[in-house]
Design a binder for this molecule. Structure first.
Ligand code: RB5
Length: 146
């Protein structure tokens, strides 16, 4: 699976740990930074990672900042992004099954990176329930042309 990964300075160590795990699982991981703990603005990373994901069908994105909030807000600026901020495995499962999320956001100052790995695994190993018409209909209603 192709995964684009990004963090700001607050999520850097969390991202590095997650990246090791994902590569060990055989995923094709593209790390778009941050590459150290120097201050960086989370929207810059979120936009770069999200643009890659929507240009590459079947790819997923994972974004980490302090809370995951800024990353999810910035990612969802892209009309083809469905970024979900998850703090447990249940949220990750539902984000895929019901919301067809293509971006997972997490907060390194909210959860530890061990739980982050479990959340990412759940997210990446869960399919959208595309056979359920109600989920397809609702997902199609998320983005408005306003
Ligand atoms: C950086 O201090 C922090 O604001 C950022 O990582 C994130 O939590 C924003 O949503």
């Amino acid at each position: 699976m192709r995964i684009y990964l990004g963090s700001d300075h607050a999520g850097y160590a969390f991202k590095e740990n997650l990246q090791k795990h994902l590569k060990g699982q055989g995923h094709s991981v593209v790390d778009l930074g941050a590459f150290n703990e120097d201050d960086v603005d989370y929207p810059d990373i979120a936009h770069e990672v999200t643009d890659k994901v929507v240009e590459n069908p079947g790819a997923y994105g994972i974004l980490i900042c302090g809370t995951g909030i800024g990353m999810s807000m910035a990612s969802n600026d892209n009309k083809r992004a469905r970024a979900a901020l998850c703090t447990d495995e249940h949220m990750a499962e539902m984000a895929r099954k019901h919301n067809n999320a293509n971006m997972l956001c997490m907060g390194a100052r909210v959860i530890d990176s061990g739980l982050g790995i479990k959340i990412a695994d759940k997210f990446l190993n869960t399919e959208f329930e595309s056979h359920e018409e109600r989920h397809v209909r609702r997902v199609n209603k998320i983005k408005r042309n306003v």
